[in-house]
Ligand binder design. Structure first.
Ligand code: GDP
Length: 441
């Protein structure tokens, strides 16, 4: 994931500050020199890094230290605020015109991830209750239409195509189609080139003029670092883009593009691509990115992940049963299923604060434990699953033999359930119910 080296280096710079009780101006300046070097190594634009550290030095030296913080914490707080501001401040949403559909024109160089991200975005919008339409506007690459149809099918979103017709006509017809069929977003996948050239730019300008997009999103590959920023600058000069989708953040260990795009182009990063799968798209939250860089973890993203992926109905049912203190093995099985939906445990843990990803690799995290526990439950009879108190020694032996495990493993799982029941008992009563209601459970 992005920012690893930067996070480590900033951590070192701050550690030195923390070891000092009082900070002098030269302490701060020395720390900022290290921060600037760390940013340059992360491939951040030189001027951006220089202005950034100058701003922090000025604030850190001039600002009174808040009572609740140590001087070093105060500097970290300022760095956190400035990092957030550098990446755009708050998250930027897509625009919605008074009269839908919203037209999103996707543009970018070949290979940046335009087609993939058209579909990822469509899927995200669909999961929020919208009815997007994907449009095949790249008429030059023979396989482009087919590719969009494949990823469109993965997203469960219809694809509008007119073969190799003029892209301007395709875009116009697609918008009409969306109006007729009640699609609220039209996402136009346009042609890419290996390099910016005049013919491509003219075509994009013509499409822009013809359909007056609500958003023009430029797709750039984070792994290309400053080159991505240069591309963004050129596209913005010619097309006046409304935002950027930064792709392949999963493969970008440095993070230079994420940190420089907004400062150089003035245009926000709206989304980040974090993998090849259709769900690997995140709304870009500058504040959370800043916390991630400073090693404060990304708890908010984690919570959002969990919320999106957990089936609400079944969560509500489990909550209800928890409140009535009726938890049994069926609920436990359901929980394993829900946690598995969030992906491998390592991925979940890496977003928690204080967890260093290199340490995670050393830790023995075994997703299979959950599978084994599920296997134990599956080898119980339905009656046993619903009535855990039935499990006496002979039944436990049979269950263990049934799933190829030991009686101790079955006991461990029984204890786990008991612990949860106990915990839920404490939550029970009016106080717990009120809390659940507030949480929307
Ligand atoms: P286009 O030419 O701009 O339309 O690019 P594509 O959508 O065809 O993507 C080019 C390649 O990049 C494909 O192999 C994608 O699977 C891959 N790709 C796209 N987005 C991401 C991402 O966020 N992470 C990773 N690891 N790969 C990506």
């Amino acid at each position: 994931m992005a920012f690893e080296g930067l996070a480590d280096k900033l951590g070192n710079a701050f550690k030195k500050l923390k070891s000092k009780g009082k900070l002098t101006e030269s302490d701060v300046k020395e720390a900022m020199r290290e921060v600037r070097l760390a940013l340059l190594e992360a491939d951040v634009n030189y001027k951006v890094a220089k202005d950034f550290t100058a701003r922090i030095t000025e604030r850190a030296v001039g600002e009174d230290v808040m009572e609740s913080l140590t001087p070093a914490q105060m500097v970290i707080k300022i760095v956190n605020e400035e990092l957030t501001a550098l990446m755009g401040g708050s998250e930027e949403r897509l625009k919605m015109p008074a009269h839908p559909p919203a037209v999103i024109m996707m543009c970018g160089l070949q290979g940046a991830g335009k087609t993939t991200h058209s579909a990822k975005l469509a899927k995200m919008l669909k999961s929020r209750g919208s009815r997007p339409l994907l449009v095949a506007g790249d008429i030059y690459r023979p396989a482009a239409i087919k590719q969009l149809q494949v990823v469109g099918a993965q997203a469960g979103v219809p694809v509008f195509e007119m073969g190799t017709e003029d892209p301007v006509k395709i875009a116009q017809a697609a918008v009409r189609h969306a109006r007729d069929y009640g699609n609220d977003y039209v996402i136009i996948d346009t042609a890419g080139r290996l390099q910016i050239d005049e013919a491509l730019m003219n075509e994009l300008k013509n499409i822009k003029e013809a359909v007056n997009p609500t958003d023009i999103l430029l797709v750039v590959d984070a792994m290309t670092g400053q080159e991505a920023v240069n591309v963004a600058k050129s596209f913005d000069d010619l097309l006046d883009i409304t935002g950027v989708i930064l792709t392949k953040l999963d493969g970008d260990t440095r993070g230079g593009a994420a940190l420089s795009v907004k400062a150089i182009t003035g245009k926000p990063i709206k989304f980040a691509g974090t993998g090849e799968k259709i769900d690997d798209l995140e709304v870009f939250h500058p504040d959370r990115m800043a916390s991630r860089i400073l090693g404060m973890g990304d708890v908010l993203s984690l919570i959002e992940d969990a919320q999106a992926k957990i089936d609400e109905k079944s969560a509500a049912r489990t909550a209800e049963r928890m409140m009535q203190n009726k938890m049994d093995f069926n609920d436990l099985l359901e929980q394993f299923r829900q946690v598995k939906k969030m992906g491998p445990l390592k991925g979940i843990l890496s977003k928690l604060p204080g967890i260093n990803s290199s340490k995670l690799d050393e830790m023995d995290i075994d997703d299979r434990i959950m599978d084994r526990n599920a296997a134990i439950i599956l080898s119980m009879t339905p009656e046993e699953r619903a009535k855990p108190e039935l499990l006496q020694a002979s039944r436990k032996r049979r269950i263990a033999a049934g799933c190829g495990m030991k009686v101790e493993d079955v006991n461990r799982l029984c204890n786990q359930l008991k612990q949860m029941q106990k915990l839920m008992k404490q939550f029970g009563g009016k106080k717990g119910k009120k809390m659940m209601a507030r949480m929307g459970g």
